[in-house]
Design a protein around this ligand. Structure first.
Ligand SMILES: Nc1ncnc2c1ncn2[C@@H]1O[C@H](COP(=O)(O)OP(=O)(O)O)[C@@H](O)[C@H]1O
Ligand SMILES: [Mg+2]
Length: 378
């Protein structure tokens, strides 16, 4: 059985430039049948270009795009079996909601009864039953975006492309729509290719996330894999929110137990393939750090609480380390919190810190000479 049979979309060695600027260079990637795949990356990394190439709105310089094993890059956009939802709703302002959704079906010469059935089904899927007679200007932003989604799914395309469809909505609505879109995809059972620069969005909605940087996919995996095992410094820094400690491997035991020294102290960690003396970065998420009033065996990370920042249900405790570095710890507000000025000792579960080689070995060679006595006096 060919693995191609499970592929909804196959992108093979795509090359695309705008003027002298090459956005994609031999870009290859596969999207599985029926999956919710997010392309996640900062602005300008080439996400929209990929969507537009699949949809046929941009020309390829070279490469192939296959859908279900059949080349589609050679056929005009309107014949490709994909639909696209864009950030701005782009409804026809002079047509009511029914006609906006029915537009694509009219061209297919379906009976009016059939068109009505399909439009009403699509309206129900996006929870807009009863809105068919409204004009676009009588709808809120969120409702308009639902209409454009209804319009895109009304003819049940095997693949739906969504380019930052929630970006124009306010935060509360954006969060609600995430779950709605995910439910919709599961109900329809079709492939979603979802573009976003919002990591939280990608992590909560997707089956797989592809983290992009500068026209290249740095890592592909389930949200869980991406979040807990980022494979590159970019992925670790882009995904979620980490405190980063620069340090040096002091010793290794059993090939995986490490002790790492920092300008601000010392911590144990787990990691394979590191050598004594190697310069590393340790990543630890703000919600994984504990503050303690007494030193914790194995750790030596003393500091002083300098600020508490409340936002909604969360509080960030800012701790200044002995070298002046600020560490952020987040907890649910309402529990016992330290007061500003309080001396604390930081710790975490060893397996929740991530250790990676530092890309910049020389800069941190200074760490060799840091003064532990300074740490102890604090
Ligand atoms: N029509 C265009 N003409 C020139 N440069 C473009 C054009 N469209 C996009 N680019 C450039 O290509 C790069 C990738 O753009 P895009 O695919 O829109 O990124 P993203 O969607 O990830 O923000 C950016 O540097 C952007 O400025
Ligand atoms: Mg874009």
């Amino acid at each position: 059985m060919s693995s191609l049979q499970n592929r909804a979309i196959e992108l093979v060695k795509l090359n695309k430039s705008y003027g002298n600027f090459q956005v994609l260079r031999d870009f290859s990637f596969s999207i599985e049948l029926g999956e919710f795949l997010s392309l996640l990356g900062p602005s300008g990394c080439g996400k929209t270009t990929i969507i537009r190439l699949i949809a046929g709105l941009e020309n390829l310089q070279s490469g192939e795009i296959l859908l279900d094993g059949v080349r589609i890059d050679t056929i005009p956009p309107y014949k490709r079996p994909v639909n696209t939802v864009f950030q701005n709703y782009a409804l026809f302002p002079h047509m009511n909601i029914f006609e906006n959704i029915a537009y694509g079906l009219r061209a297919k010469h379906l009976s009016s009864g059939m068109i009505k059935e399909k439009v009403f089904e699509a309206l129900e899927l996006v929870q807009l039953t009863g809105f068919e007679k409204r004009q676009p200007h009588q709808m809120s932003g969120g409702q308009k975006q639902r209409v454009s989604i209804a319009r895109a799914i009304v003819n049940k395309p095997p693949v739906l492309l969504l380019d930052e469809p929630l970006t124009a909505l306010d935060l509360k609505l954006r969060k609600e729509m995430r779950y709605e879109l995910r439910n919709l995809q599961q109900k329809l059972g079709i492939t979603f290719v979802y573009v976003t620069h919002d990591q939280e969005e990608a992590l909560v909605m997707s089956d797989r996330v592809a983290v992009m940087n500068g026209g290249v996919i740095e890592q592909v995996g389930t949200p869980q894999e991406i979040f807990t095992h980022p494979k590159s410094r970019f992925a670790a820094e882009f995904i979620g929110d980490n405190n980063i400690f620069e340090g040096q491997i002091q010793d290794t035991q059993d090939g995986e137990r490490l002790n790492i020294t920092f300008e601000s102290g010392l911590a144990p960690a787990l990691g394979r393939g590191f050598k004594k003396g190697e310069i590393v970065n340790l990543y630890i998420r703000p919600d994984k750090i504990r503050w303690n009033l007494e030193p914790v065996p194995g750790f030596h990370l003393p500091g002083r609480v300098i600020d508490l920042v409340f936002s909604g249900a969360l509080v960030s405790v800012i701790v200044e380390m002995v070298n002046g570095k600020e560490v952020r710890i987040t907890k649910l507000a309402g529990r016992n919190l330290p007061a500003p000025g309080q001396k604390v000792f930081l710790s975490w579960n060893e397996d929740e810190a991530l250790v990676m080689g530092s890309p910049n070995q020389q800069i941190y060679s200074l760490v060799n000479n840091f003064d532990l006595t300074k740490v102890e006096q604090t």
